[in-house]
Design a protein around this ligand. Structure first.
Ligand SMILES: C[S@@+](CC[C@H](N)C(=O)[O-])C[C@H]1O[C@@H](n2cnc3c(N)ncnc32)[C@H](O)[C@@H]1O
Length: 392
């Protein structure tokens, strides 16, 4: 397709440069506001186009040289100055809340990540034809990598070892570095060179070396990290976020921790509430949550294994915290929360769109008092929100 000249007017919610060509919108990854570039059109749809930079005509003063040399990985905004990435994320949530829930003037601040590199405790590497890397966004085209700058130094040592290993029969390799290290392999490979670097290796769901679970420390608590259960990817920001949840809730008699995962928020809250009930659908996460309870000698927390949409209608609590997956709350879940009628509701969200949708349904009964944003995923367009709602 032909090349066109594009001037970037703003960044969209996915961190892509947005411009117009003959009145039609064009999205160009890695083009910053004010920059003009010669762009190759790679997709031409009825209402929009997607382009790739061929040649940048001028550079924004907010452009930095990213540490990572790879294009099209998950770090969509790695060429933007870090302070500006924080502003961008704040503006994005402001705009989404205003447009989709009619809520304004509630965002307090965006809390930066203590480490902007080497912050991720988990990465998923794809393997194709014996090479390791990431799949280019939305495709199964492999971008071979030698390092990942947002992963830990230990993870990068493991990547180096992997790149010197025959991976022809491997398909996917997950590395979890929580101080103790777990490697989860799909497919087959020789693990001898990995053993000195790690504490646990699974192959095709079977433990083949070391410990069943690894252990990590977050704040005053120790947590088991298992092969399958969710754990926040950035420890520094996770700790700041959990402390904010505690701060928003003060203390009290009873609290429900909905979508409780391995019980992290429940354990943080156990210091301030007489009784805490976590609800979580993933059996493995609940098993870990119970292990975490014993590991930390906590007795005022219980975990229910089940779907939030089906298990909370009989429960009572003065306070609720919810931390759902990207899809947000269900309509049934929202009506059950409204029936429980807590005084305070804290909503932890990893997707501002579903947060805005759910706040719109809650706002007749609850005042959205304030929202604090957390940069859990530096250099990506993702942002975590913690929202305090008070019963009207
Ligand atoms: C974003 S994670 C939060 C976990 C935990 N609060 C934490 O900070 O580690 C969302 C959790 O919701 C669980 N989940 C997803 N759908 C669910 C449902 N319908 N009912 C209960 N839990 C669910 C997932 O298994 C996952 O552990």
């Amino acid at each position: 397709m032909e090349n066109v000249l594009v001037k970037c007017e703003k960044l969209d919610h996915f961190g892509r440069g947005l411009g117009h060509v003959s009145g039609k919108i064009i999205f160009v990854p890695n083009l910053l506001v004010g920059e003009e570039a010669l762009v190759k059109i790679v997709l031409d749809k009825k209402k929009y186009m997607i382009g790739e930079i061929v040649c940048l005509n001028n550079k924004s003063e907010d452009r930095i040289k990213p540490k990572c040399p790879y294009e099209n990985c998950g770090c969509a905004i790695k060429s933007l100055n870090y302070e500006k990435t924080l502003e961008l994320k704040k503006e994005k949530v402001l705009e989404i809340l205003k447009r989709y829930s009619g809520i304004e003037n509630v965002i307090q601040e965006i809390v930066p990540s203590g480490n902007i590199y080497a912050y991720r405790n988990k990465i998923t590497l794809k393997v194709k034809n014996g090479k390791i890397g990431y799949f280019k966004n939305g495709t199964n085209e492999l971008i071979e990598i030698k390092r990942c700058e947002i992963a830990s130094e230990k993870t990068n040592q493991i990547i180096k070892v992997l790149s010197q290993t025959d991976l022809c029969k491997a398909k996917e390799i997950i590395i979890k570095d929580f101080g103790e290290v777990m490697v989860i392999i799909k497919g087959d490979m020789n693990i001898d060179n990995l053993k000195p670097l790690v504490n646990s290796i699974y192959m095709n769901d079977v433990l083949i070396y070391g410990k069943e679970n690894i252990i990590t420390q977050l704040g005053d608590f120790k947590f088991y990290v298992s092969k399958d259960a969710f754990f926040q990817v950035n420890m520094d920001v996770a700790l700041k976020l959990y402390n904010k949840v505690v701060e928003y809730l003060d203390n009290g008699e009873s609290i429900l921790d909905l979508y409780s995962g391995t019980g992290t928020i429940s354990l943080f809250l156990s210091k301030y509430f007489d009784n805490v009930t976590g609800v979580e659908i993933n059996k493995e996460a609940v098993r870990c949550a119970n292990l975490n309870k014993s590991l930390n000698n906590v007795s005022n927390v219980r975990f229910i294994c089940g779907d939030v949409s089906k298990n909370i209608h009989n429960l009572k609590a003065e306070n609720i915290v919810v931390d759902p997956p990207r899809s947000g709350l269900t309509n049934g879940g929202i009506s059950d929360i409204l029936k429980i009628n807590p005084k305070k509701l804290v909503y932890v969200s990893c997707d501002p769109m579903t947060l805005a949708r759910d706040l719109k349904l809650l706002k007749d009964n609850y005042e959205v008092k304030e929202v604090t944003l957390f940069d859990m995923f530096p250099w990506t367009y993702h942002v975590e929100s913690v929202c305090l709602l008070l019963r009207k």
